[in-house]
Design a protein around this ligand. Structure first.
Ligand code: ATP
Length: 273
């Protein structure tokens, strides 16, 4: 279980990224965090594995205050938390399989990892993970030869190979077109259901949030301003969270097909550059 107890985070420039956040997150929950740009969604997600460190309060992970962890405890905690980023964070020149296997580094000795000598069971797990996200046939391709959606699925397979209890996904579909975004979100939800992995996902689009979340956390100016079951959320809830009326841009289904196709095309060009 993860619990925020009165957690605040002030950035070095004095900006308050989180203000007195109180949250309890049970193992296996599927949570989507929403809010306008700058509301503090990334700060909230990243504070869980201390990519950014809260400056006050307690952040309990399995009953221990992670803010008091030393480097060793922190490293151990991070092996239980998989990160999925908007930009995939793959090693582009390496094979897909090698990227996925990097999820097993936390339990591989330095000597073995230098020579890429991963255990047979880890290789099997990596291949199985690629199969679960539907891209087993890409195992031996170079990562940068894959489309954006495929690269994101490699990063999900990497987190699966890490054998984590929690996935933190920071805008995982922000660079993807609508159909590909749905494939990625369906993969995350399937893994959540099948493996009881806690998913905490930042999303921009309110229709995606309502479709895939069990619980929605709404943020504004560093504060949690809504926390409840997705089944109870309406457009009015989002208007309250955002503090303004809902616009077309807030829904993925309303996105201009032409724009998203162009974005995908330029994204692919960027990938192969
Ligand atoms: N390293 C930093 N130093 C100072 N301020 C920061 C830093 N990182 C983020 N902030 C500020 O903290 C606030 C919350 O940022 P955060 O990235 O968490 O928002 P967000 O809701 O994820 O936004 P977006 O949807 O645009 O990614 C913003 O006002 C941002 O400018």
């Amino acid at each position: 279980m993860i619990e925020f107890k009165d957690v605040s985070l002030t950035y070095p420039n004095g900006h308050q990224g989180l203000k007195n956040v109180n949250l309890k997150i049970e193992q296996g929950e599927m949570i989507v965090v929403v809010g306008l740009s700058g509301a503090g969604k990334s700060t909230l997600i990243r504070s869980i594995n201390q990519l950014v460190k809260p400056t006050s309060g307690e952040l309990m992970v399995d009953g221990k205050n992670s803010l008091a962890f030393n480097e060793r405890d922190l490293r151990k905690m991070r092996t239980d938390i998989g990160m999925i980023f908007q930009s995939y964070n793959l090693v582009r020149r390496m094979s897909v399989l090698r990227n996925v296997l990097s999820g097993a580094l936390g339990r591989t000795s330095t000597a073995r990892s230098i020579f890429g000598l991963f255990k047979h069971e880890d290789k099997q797990l990596a291949l199985r993970s690629l199969d679960r996200v539907g891209i087993a046939e890409k195992a031996y391709s170079r990562a940068d030869q894959l489309s954006g959606g495929q690269q994101q699925r490699v990063s999900i397979a990497r987190a699966l190979t890490q054998k984590t209890k929690v996935f933190l996904a920071d805008e995982p579909v922000a660079s993807l077109d609508p159909p590909t975004s749905h494939i990625v979100m369906k993969d995350l939800r399937k893994i959540n259901r099948e493996d009881n992995i806690t998913m905490i996902v930042n999303l921009h689009f309110i229709d995606m949030a309502m479709e895939y979340a069990d619980r929605i956390i709404g943020m504004r100016n560093g504060e949690v301003v809504f926390d409840g079951p997705a089944s109870e959320v309406t457009e009015k809830t989002f208007e309250d969270i955002y503090g303004r009326p809902i616009k077309e841009d807030d829904k993925m289904s309303e996105q201009d097909e032409e724009t998203t196709e162009n974005e995908t095309a330029s994204h692919k060009e960027g990938d192969s550059a």
